[in-house]
Design a protein around this ligand. Structure first.
Ligand code: COA
Length: 186
């Protein structure tokens, strides 16, 4: 038996194409998903983390209910530079969690990634690692180096929950060893 058809709609947009109304609506979602000072009304990008350049979101009755952003960046690895889409600000509205929207968001990302970067890349809290493992991401053991989000100057290096997924290149080509994000994390 199949359930009712989903009522949400898929949106993709470059950051430069977002309207003030888009920012306000996305900010409302991100503020309930990430309570705290990272997102303010009308500012749908995080205060401390890297700003994204492309957005993917799902709306229900014109209200964004699931969102992710990514920024493309050439990161440094022992095997040379690699173009990644650094993904962050992944959020599903509390009212809509547990209904497959996070998974649908990743399906939408999978459609744009091959035109955007060699690999998708993200880091997360251990508490949500299972979500990424269930939605097409592969956990990798690489240590990473990036600027610290507290001051955007200090250098942070370590092994954190890190996931990649194929874009233009297959996962078999993901390099081993230290990955230098060359900036703020996503
Ligand atoms: C994490 C989050 C995006 C998941 O969205 P969601 O719409 O509830 O996820 P889905 O319903 O699409 O679940 C997809 C799969 O992930 C699993 N999953 C979801 N949340 C999980 C979690 N916290 N830990 C482990 N697995 C999880 C589901 O069981 C499902 O698995 P299945 O396909 O094997 O049944 C959502 O809970 C959220 O926005 N949380 C608050 C913000 C946040 O922490 N974002 C991540 C920042 S790194």
């Amino acid at each position: 038996m199949t359930g009712p058809a989903p009522t949400w709609r898929r949106h993709t947009a470059w950051e430069t194409a977002l309207t003030p109304e888009d920012h306000a609506a996305l900010s409302a979602l991100l503020r309930v998903a990430f309570p705290g000072p990272e997102f303010e009304p009308d500012r749908s990008w995080p205060a401390s983390w890297a700003r994204k350049e492309f957005r993917v979101w799902l709306s229900d009755n014109d209200r964004p209910v699931a969102h992710l952003g990514f920024e493309r960046r050439l990161i440094g690895t022992a095997a040379g530079d690699v173009l990644v889409a650094g993904v962050g600000d992944v959020a599903v509205a509390p009212s809509h969690q547990g209904r497959g929207l996070g998974s649908a968001l990743m399906d939408a990302l999978a459609e744009v990634l091959p035109d955007s970067a060699d690999f998708g890349f993200l880091q997360c809290r251990e508490a949500v690692a299972g979500f990424y493992a269930a939605t097409g991401w592969t956990r990798v053991p690489n240590p990473t180096r990036h600027l610290g989000v507290r001051d955007a100057r200090s250098v942070v290096e370590g092994v954190f929950p890190t996931f990649v997924r194929p874009g233009r290149r297959p996962l078999s080509q993901w390099p081993s060893g230290l990955v230098d994000l060359r900036g703020l994390p996503w």
